[in-house]
Ligand binder design. Structure first.
Ligand code: SF4
Ligand code: SF4
Length: 378
């Protein structure tokens, strides 16, 4: 297992971190719950191979992830692993909420302290709460009491917001979403470089883009397999992120034993991408991007549609499917858009949107085609 010391705080986490939001599930008394026996076995396999960074959060698995970990980790000495969990920012309305939620988490996790404590999913809105309630001072109090060790945040917003947050406090670490297809999204490569400059170690989430980068159409898959036989698509995504030196932990939300073993193969003998592999991957990124169905940039100039259609979202789902073959994402988005009447089939063909699209897209025609194609997928 590769370990990269976070010199700033003197911690030595494993480069592969176990993300605990996608455990295998089963149905009990009509409720979807974690398949605890199977999930505990996966955790054991990972820990035995040197994984020592376990990442959870209050809402994962409807609150069950922390409860499950409280049971599953009991048999390991507390100082043999780093436990990361997150303050659910959406539930914080007053200063008192911070400690109340934190102590609830300690109880669920059955531990006396948390190693890495993150403000969950900061964006411009929740950052306002952080500053107004001076939440960092409350976390510092908890740290002084020995209840948590390192203070950080996870992030979902634009680079500009990221810059504001990361320079607000001397964070021990931070967690961003980062993968080879989205190097210009959210904090992105620019954000990565800023953390390097500031000396703030990084934890990476969604390195495989929620599984999308491990699920291409066959012709794309085969080009990866032909170039490096025996290596999974996920391993390319992990190695791209891990080739960056300020990346100290790469979280993988593993759902099967097979995924655990594949990741262990990648991280037990971690090899950064070579120059030739970088060149190959850049070519593949171009080929994957070329599979979008239209050139919608998501600018939203066409909005609002008088009949409620969310045009950019419909195109984003269609283009995503073209690149990643991700039927699960189509299913989820289509159900959601059906529920709020923003799906492509609500288009009445008035043409107003087409007068405003800078890309001159035939929006009506593309909405129709996308709906026909994607209805077959779900
Ligand atoms: S053409 Fe369709 S999508 Fe465009 S504004 Fe009219 S109803 Fe909305
Ligand atoms: S205006 Fe055109 S490019 Fe912009 S979101 Fe609408 S369809 Fe996409």
């Amino acid at each position: 297992m590769e370990y990269r010391e976070m010199k700033k705080i003197g911690a030595k986490p494993s480069l592969l971190g176990f993300g605990c939001m996608r455990f295998p599930t089963t149905v009990k008394e009509g409720k979807e719950v974690i398949d605890r026996e199977y999930a505990a076995g996966m955790l054991d396999t990972a820990i035995k191979s040197g994984v020592n960074y376990i990442d959870t959060a209050f809402p994962y698995h409807n609150g069950e992830s922390e409860l499950f970990l409280g049971e599953a980790l009991k048999k390991y000495p507390r100082d043999s692993f780093y436990l990361a969990t997150k303050l659910p920012m959406w539930d914080v309305k007053t200063k008192e909420d911070v400690k109340r939620l934190f102590y609830k988490q300690l109880e669920k996790l059955q531990v006396d302290y948390v190693d890495y404590y993150l403000l969950h999913g900061l964006n411009a809105g929740s950052f306002k709460t952080v500053t107004e309630l001076d939440i960092v001072s409350i976390l510092e109090e908890l740290r002084a009491e020995g209840k948590l060790r390192y203070i950080g945040f996870s992030f979902h917003d634009s680079y500009e917001v990221f810059e504001q947050i990361i320079t607000y406090y001397n964070w021990d670490f931070c967690q961003i979403q980062f993968n080879y297809m989205d190097a210009d999204e959210q904090a992105g490569m620019k954000g990565y470089k800023l953390t390097e400059k500031l000396g703030i170690p990084l934890v990476i989430m969604e390195p495989v883009k929620g599984g999308s980068l491990a699920n291409y159409a066959d012709d794309i898959k085969n080009q990866f397999y032909d170039y490096k036989p025996g290596y999974s698509l996920a391993s390319w995504a992990m190695r791209w992120v891990g080739s960056l030196p300020n990346v100290h932990v790469i979280l993988s939300g593993m759902s099967t034993e097979e995924q655990v073993l594949d990741n262990l193969k990648t991280f037990n003998n971690f090899e950064p991408l070579s120059d030739d592999e970088h060149t190959f991957l850049n070519e593949m990124i171009g080929k994957i991007r070329a599979r979008v169905n239209n050139g919608c940039t998501g600018c939203r100039y066409c909005m609002p549609c008088p009949h409620g259609v969310d045009i950019p979202r419909n195109f984003s789902v269609w283009n995503g499917y073209g690149m990643y073959n991700n039927a699960g994402a189509v299913n989820w988005n289509y159900n959601d858009m059906k529920n709020n009447n923003s799906i492509a089939s609500m288009c009445k063909g008035c043409g107003l949107c087409e007068t405003k699209c800078p890309q001159k897209l035939p929006i009506r025609k593309h909405l129709l085609t996308s709906y026909e194609e994607l209805s077959k997928v779900i």
